[in-house]
Design a protein around this ligand. Sequence first.
Ligand code: ZN
Ligand code: MN
Length: 147
Amino acid sequence: MVTTPNKEKLRIKMKNKRTRLTRQRKIILETLQQTGSHPTADWIYQKVREQLPHISLGTVYRNLNILKKEGKILELKYGKDVSRFDALTKDHYHFTCEKCHRIYDLDVALNKDLEQMVAQKTGFKITSHQAEFYGICSDCQKSDSSN
Ligand code: ZN
Ligand code: MN
């Protein structure tokens, strides 16, 4: 009978673990890429659980952090307790509708003058900036006027 040496067993075990981790991360990334809704980690967790029923919220958080460090996703904080995540990694502004709470991507150029202004005023070295605009989206304005 052929026995697998212990070293080989360990190698296979490690490989399986790595493959599982990569697969988890891939599913998390795909879930985020399939939505334009800028979801929270909790929303991603609920969605990913449909494919990986045994995954934990902690694992989802860990993978989101790795994906963020790899530059594959953005974390949107805006000074709030709950972060939202975005698979669109090019720098862009957001608009949050105060009525339906949808977050829209804005296709407007980033204001780099703003960074220079802050740098000059403070002496800080600015690496990036994010901005979130608030108001009522066009869908909600339409439904407002039909009432
Ligand atoms: Zn709206
Ligand atoms: Mn976005």
